[in-house]
Design a protein around this ligand. Structure first.
Ligand SMILES: Nc1nc2c(ncn2[C@@H]2O[C@H](COP(=O)(O)OP(=O)(O)OP(=O)(O)O)[C@@H](O)[C@H]2O)c(=O)[nH]1
Ligand SMILES: [Mg+2]
Length: 440
C-alpha cells in the first residue's frame, strides 16, 4: 500500500491526500494509570482529532512500563502500530502523549514515512483552525513557530526523502535549515513585539473600563463545560456555543445588570484541557490575562462528565500556572438538567463545597448564581474577617453555601474566615467579626 519506490512521490496525489487524513490513535497506559483513565484520555483525543475532520481507523492503548527513548513505546509495539497503520491504509499516527522532536523523526523514519504527531500538535491545529481575531492569530502563530523550531530537521529530512535526495541535496537541506531557523527566530521576535502591542492595547481598554469601577468576573473552565452558554444566558450575548472543543479562543466581555440594579462585567475565556501544550499557555498569556485580572472567577464544571474532577483539577492547575490561583472562585456545576439523580448531585456537591448547581439550558440555579454574584459585587471592597468558634459549624456551612469564602484557616482558637458575605447573612456573623485579621 506504500508508494512504489520507482514512482516519484507526489504529495498532491489524491490517494496520498486521502491517506494523510486517516489516522491511528495511540494512547499509553502508565503503571499508575487504570485502563479506564487511559480510555478517557484516548476518547478525548478521539474527539479532538474528529474536530479536525480526520478519519480515525483504529486506536491502540499501549501499556508502558518504561519509556523507550527511541519511539517512546518499545520497538515490538512500534512495529505493531506501524503495521496496523499500513493495514488500515492510514498516513497518520497520533500519540496522546508528547513525543520529542527526535522521537517523531525516528517514528517517521522507521515507519517508512507515516506522519507521526502528538496531542499537542492536534490541539495546536485546532487553535489554528479556530483563530479569527488578530490577537488569537498572533498567539497561535507564536505557538506554532515555537513548535516548528526544534522540528525543522524533521521537515527537511522528510522533503529530502520525498525528493529521493542524495548527499548533495541533504547538504543543501542543512544549509537551508540554518537559514530557516534564523528566519523563524526573527519571525518569533516580530510576533512577540506585535503581541506586546496587543497586550498594551488591552491594558488601556481595561483601564478605561476601570474608570467606571465595576466588579469583574471571568468565566473559566474546561473546554465544552458551558462557559459561553453561561455568558449568553446571563447577558444575552451571542458568543458561539457549540458542542466542540475550543469553540472560544477570544475573551468576550459583557455588562450584566443584576436584579438590584447593580452592574458587573462578565468575561468568557478560552477553555482548558489536559495536556494543554505549554507553548499555548505561554502564547495565550494575553488572552488569559483577563482571567488573572478579574476580581472573581466563575469556574464552570460539566456536572455530567464522568471526568468532572479531573477537569476541575486541570483548570485549577492552569489557573495556578498563569498566576490566577489566588483569586476567589465561585464554582458552578453546569448541565444540571442531565443529572437528576439526587444522590449523584449530592456527591458532586460534596466534591465541590459551596458550588451552585446550574443549567444554562433550563435556567435552574441561575437565580442562586445571580444572588451570589450580587453578594460578591456588593461587598467587593469590603470582605469581612471572622473568627468563628469551632462549635459554630452550622454557621460555617451557611457561609459556604451563601457567601464567597476568600480564605479560611482552622486554628486552635477557632476558624479564621475571610469572606464576602451577603447582607442576609451579615447579621448572623456580626458577633464573630474579628477585630484584626489573622496572623499569617
Ligand atoms: N444539557 C446541557 N447542555 C449544555 C448546557 N450548557 C451548555 N451545554 C452544551 O454544551 C456544549 C458546550 O457549550 P459551550 O458554551 O460552547 O462551552 P464552552 O465552555 O464555552 O466551550 P469552549 O469554548 O469550547 O471551551 C454546547 O453543545 C452546549 O449546548 C446545559 O446546561 N445543559
Ligand atoms: Mg466557549
Amino acid at each position: 500500500m506504500s508508494d512504489s519506490p520507482s514512482k516519484p512521490f507526489n504529495p498532491y496525489d489524491p490517494a496520498v491526500l486521502a491517506r494523510a487524513n486517516r489516522a491511528i490513535l495511540v494512547g499509553l497506559q502508565r503503571p499508575q494509570e487504570t485502563a479506564e483513565e487511559a480510555g478517557y484520555l484516548l476518547a478525548e483525543l478521539h474527539e479532538l482529532v474528529s474536530n479536525l475532520g480526520v478519519e480515525i481507523r483504529g486506536s491502540v492503548i499501549a501499556r508502558l512500563r518504561e519509556e523507550n527513548p527511541r519511539h517512546l513505546v518499545g520497538s515490538g509495539k512500534m512495529e505493531e502500530i506501524a503495521a496496523l497503520a499500513r493495514e488500515k491504509d492510514c498516513g497518520l499516527i497520533i500519540f496522546d502523549d508528547e513525543l520529542s522532536p527526535a522521537q517523531q523523526r525516528n517514528w517517521e523514519k522507521d515507519s517508512q514515512g507515516i506522519r507521526t504527531i502528538d496531542r499537542q500538535e492536534v490541539i495546536l491545529d485546532i487553535f489554528i483552525a479556530r483563530a479569527k481575531t488578530r490577537e488569537a492569530v498572533l498567539q497561535v502563530e507564536l505557538a506554532q513557530l515555537q513548535q516548528m523550531l526544534p522540528r525543522l530537521k524533521r521537515l527537511w529530512s522528510h522533503l529530502d526523502r520525498q525528493r529521493g535526495g542524495g548527499a548533495m541535496q541533504r547538504d543543501a537541506g542543512e544549509t537551508q535549515m540554518e537559514m530557516d531557523q534564523r528566519k523563524i527566530r526573527d519571525k518569533i521576535a516580530k510576533v512577540r513585539r506585535d503581541l506586546a502591542n496587543v497586550v498594551a492595547q488591552r491594558a488601556t481598554q481595561r483601564k478605561q473600563r476601570q474608570r467606571v469601577p465595576l466588579p469583574t468576573f471571568s468565566i473559566v473552565g474546561y473546554t465544552n463545560a458551558g462557559k459561553s452558554s453561561l455568558l449568553n444566558r446571563l447577558t444575552g450575548a451571542e458568543v458561539l456555543a457549540a458542542n466542540q472543543l475550543f469553540a472560544t479562543l477570544d475573551p468576550t466581555t459583557r455588562r450584566l445588570a443584576l436584579p438590584s440594579g447593580r452592574a458587573l462585567l462578565l468575561t468568557d475565556t478560552v477553555g482548558f484541557i489536559r495536556r494543554l501544550p505549554h507553548r499555548l499557555i505561554e502564547a495565550f498569556k494575553a488572552t488569559l490575562e483577563e482571567a488573572v485580572q478579574a476580581d472573581f472567577l466563575i469556574h464552570v464544571v460539566d456536572l455530567a462528565s464522568p471526568e468532572r474532577l479531573k477537569h476541575a483539577q486541570t483548570t485549577l492547575a492552569v489557573l495556578q500556572e498563569i498566576g490566577a490561583g489566588e483569586r476567589p472562585v465561585i464554582t458552578v456545576l453546569n448541565k444540571a438538567d442531565l443529572i437528576t439523580d439526587s444522590l449523584q448531585r449530592a456527591e458532586a456537591l460534596a466534591d465541590h463545597p459551596g458550588a451552585i448547581l446550574v443549567s444554562t439550558q433550563t435556567g435552574e440555579g441561575l437565580q442562586t448564581l445571580l444572588e451570589k454574584l450580587e453578594s460578591c459585587a456588593a461587598a467587593k471592597d469590603h470582605p469581612m474577617t471572622l473568627l468563628l468558634p469551632h462549635q459554630q459549624y452550622g454557621l460555617l456551612a451557611k457561609l459556604h453555601a451563601g457567601a464567597t469564602i476568600l480564605s479560611s484557616r482552622s486554628e486552635n482558637e477557632g476558624v479564621w474566615v475571610e469572606a464576602i458575605i451577603p447582607p442576609r447573612l451579615q447579621e448572623l456573623c456580626r458577633p464573630w467579626v474579628a477585630p484584626h485579621p489573622p496572623a499569617k
